[in-house]
Design a protein around this ligand. Structure first.
Ligand code: C2E
Ligand code: CA
Ligand code: CA
Length: 422
């Protein structure tokens, strides 16, 4: 995978780019100092000196125009390079009016820069807000760079949460959930870094790694299941796939190839997607999902009922499973209407011949109620938290059942084995 963000060092007095150069990259100064200069009547005029935490070269990145100044390292300087390709998606997706404004501001700025003697004057009282924007951008690029580094350093791991067959009480499958454990011991929730990975495009590489790991571990879990309970169906593996990964047919094909080359039984693999994919571009979604289904994998709709809740797509797309969001399950015990909603979703799923998984079961009563309502599968802290692959494998081998029987209960604790902030 080509990288769109990386660090480069420049020696003292080395030129980073010249006036008139085609500008492809912007730079954040990580360490060091640079000088920005323009040529006026054959004489070099220094318009700014920039230090760590400041950005330069950003204008060409936005409007693709030649460089309007020369930038030279004053001391040994380390910069984070942000390639223009990194901006193509954000630029093409911003509001057209916003895009226009950006370009007008840039044009005026360039004009004033070429007319005036110094850049500092041109910035005037706007420096404060520019500083703020710069700080925000810097924090963001830093976060992106760290995410990239974490992927290279192998700081991500997959955890697995059992999905229980409610009538039978045994493990029917697992959901693969990513974890980022930093080298300093810190833990970052996927809720924080998945959106960043999606915006920056890093989700493509990360998503491939998630799929590859999930496929490999499913094979092991299925093997363990077969060894201890040969009559039971192999546990399926439910893997979260971001809409960004499926927005490109070439990437969709790469994902299906990965499944077919993994050695896993495609029918044992479920891909979890959210409603937004189908709502944003229905035609494309239908094509991508059909392609996935042809490869044998199943498709689950995650967080059902929280997003656009358009029922119309349910029969338009090749879906297999509905996952009822945790919010409904939590309220089910407290409110009769929430319970009725759950019942309707279950009935809807049954009518459409879809499987149904209830998420976020934290109490025994919730599990029992869902079972009584005809819900086929359940997932939640009451049964088991997401756990490391080794723990999930041990759990699979121990053949737990829910509600726990005296033989496998150990005081309920095997169920609550928890790793990594699930
Ligand atoms: P999700 O797909 O809805 O995943 C379920 C989340 O609910 C998980 O949080 C899980 O740990 C948590 N959970 C499970 N049972 C319970 C329960 O009984 N009570 C409560 N309070 N929570 C429960 P997690 O692992 O933090 O993941 C959060 C979200 O991050 C996921 O929501 C999913 O949208 C995203 N995500 C996680 N892993 C991946 C991944 O590998 N790829 C992608 N694209 N997204 C992922
Ligand atoms: Ca999910
Ligand atoms: Ca969910």
């Amino acid at each position: 995978m080509p990288k769109t963000v990386y660090s480069v060092r420049f020696a003292a007095r080395q030129e980073i780019f010249r006036v008139g150069d085609r500008g492809y990259n912007a730079y954040f100064i990580e360490d060091g100092q640079v000088e920005v200069s323009i040529d006026r009547d054959g004489k070099k005029v220094v318009v700014a000196e920039l230090n760590a935490g400041e950005i330069f070269g950003e204008m060409s990145m936005i409007d693709d125009a030649p460089r309007s100044a020369t930038v030279t390292a004053l001391v040994d300087t380390e910069v984070i390079v942000i390639e223009r390709s990194r901006m193509i998606k954000p630029l093409s997706s911003i509001d057209p009016m916003m895009n226009l404004l950006l370009r007008i501001v840039l044009t005026r700025f360039r004009n004033s820069q070429s007319q005036m003697s110094g850049l500092r004057g041109a910035l005037g009282e706007d420096t404060k807000s520019l500083d703020r924007i710069r700080q925000l951008a810097f924090d963001r690029i830093n976060a992106e760079n760290k995410l990239r580094g974490a992927l290279d350093a192998g700081e991500f791991e997959m955890h697995y949460q059992p999905i229980v067959d409610l009538p039978g009480g045994y493990i029917a499958g697992f959901e693969a959930l990513i974890r980022w454990r930093k080298k300093d011991g810190g833990f970052v929730s996927p809720v924080e870094f998945i959106p960043l990975a999606e915006e920056t495009g890093l989700i493509i590489e990360l998503g491939r790694w998630v799929l590859e790991t999930g496929l490999r571990d499913q094979i092991e879990l299925a093997r363990a299941c077969h060894a201890v309970a040969p009559d039971r169906p192999a546990p399926f593996m439910s893997i979260n796939v971001s809409g960004v990964q499926l927005s490109d047919m070439a990437e969709t094909r790469i994902l299906t190839d990965m499944v077919s080359q993994s050695g896993a039984v495609p029918e044992d693999i479920k891909l979890e997607i959210t409603e937004s994919l189908m709502v944003e571009n229905a035609d494309h979604a239908a094509e991508a999902l059909t392609k996935l289904r042809e490869s044998g994998v199943s498709i689950a709709i995650d967080d059902f009922g929280t997003g656009y809740s358009s029922l119309s797509y349910l029969h338009q797309f090749p879906l297999d499973t509905l996952k009822i969001d945790r919010a409904f399950v939590i309220n089910m015990e407290k409110s009769e209407s929430a319970k009725r909603i759950v019942l309707s979703i279950i009935q809807l799923a049954l009518a459409l011949e879809l499987n149904i998984v209830a998420e976020g079961i934290e109490e025994k009563e919730q599990m029992e109620t869902l079972g009584d309502l005809g819900c086929q599968y359940g997932q939640g802290y009451y049964m088991a938290k997401p756990q490391s692959f080794a723990d999930a494998l041990a759990l699979m081998k121990s053949q737990p059942s829910w509600p726990p029987t005296a033989a496998n209960d150990e005081g309920g604790q095997h169920m609550l084995r928890s790793v990594g902030g699930g």
